[in-house]
Ligand binder design. Structure first.
Ligand code: DC
Length: 233
């Protein structure tokens, strides 16, 4: 089991999916679960800053997440919301929603259930998020905390949004990255921080390929590549 944490714009998603493919394991994007609840909150016309109302929506929303690293999926009440959860309104409200303790309680329980199922089925999983190594699976065999300077992360976010057809200037991306960093690392419930035993990898000067090589090496040293794609690493 691999726990991959860190702020946005560190390459976490690409790295996690590629690593999961190499390890022949499942993949869980926990951020997408917070985004699905946020979409449900916005659709219900609820104020993301109202914890009781947000908790009520979280209690009734039916979430679905696919755990294939090649084709992860996101469902809300049976509807494919893979695109909707990446839009700016959800990104702007997700920090408020994910700071609600009831939301975290529900999602962490659901994440542990999914992780146990996938491990039983395919033998391993790469889980990405903010509190995976600290809260969700503190006993993961490999914990990695990815970082990068805020400047670099904003540039990556802006490029990613442009590639997806959403034009966002680097300055706007920087403001959004700074705001989310502040909210995610200062919230009372499970703030973003590295686990004491996590390996920190600064991706500012590294290409995605270099990060993947570094993580494959770490996974190999912990015996996680056994029976997986040793020959392609
Ligand atoms: O990884 P992402 O940008 O899709 O995550 C969206 C938000 O969800 C992020 O701002 C913080 C929150 N999140 C969280 O609180 N805990 C997690 N394990 C994953 C994401």
């Amino acid at each position: 089991m691999v726990a991959l944490d860190g702020p946005s714009g560190t390459g976490k998603t690409t790295v996690a999916r590629t690593l999961a493919t190499r390890l022949n394991s499942g993949y869980l994007d926990t951020g997408s679960m917070y985004r699905i609840v946020t979409l449900a909150v916005l659709r219900a016309g609820v104020d993301p800053a109202d914890p009781a109302a947000v908790a009520a929506v979280a209690d009734t929303a039916r979430l679905g997440v696919g755990t294939s690293p090649e084709r992860p999926s996101a469902l809300l009440d049976g509807e494919d919301v893979g695109t909707g959860i990446r839009l700016a309104d959800v990104t702007g409200a997700v920090s408020a929603v994910s700071s609600v303790p009831r939301v975290r309680e529900l999602l962490v329980a659901e994440q542990r259930r999914i992780i146990a199922d996938v491990v039983a089925e395919v033998g391993g999983i790469v889980v990405e998020g903010r509190d995976i190594g600290t809260v969700v699976v503190p006993d993961a065999e490999l914990k990695v905390y990815l970082t990068a300077s805020a400047e670099i992360r904003a540039a990556r976010r802006s490029a990613q949004d442009s590639a997806a057809g959403r034009e966002v200037t680097v300055a706007a991306a920087r403001a959004s990255v700074d705001r989310r960093d502040r909210l995610d690392s200062t919230r009372a419930a499970s703030p973003l921080r590295a686990a004491g035993d996590a390996v920190e990898v600064d991706t500012s000067e590294l290409s995605i390929d270099q990060v993947i090589v570094a993580l494959s090496e770490l996974a190999s040293r912990r015996g996680l590549l056994r029976g997986a794609a040793e020959s392609t690493s």
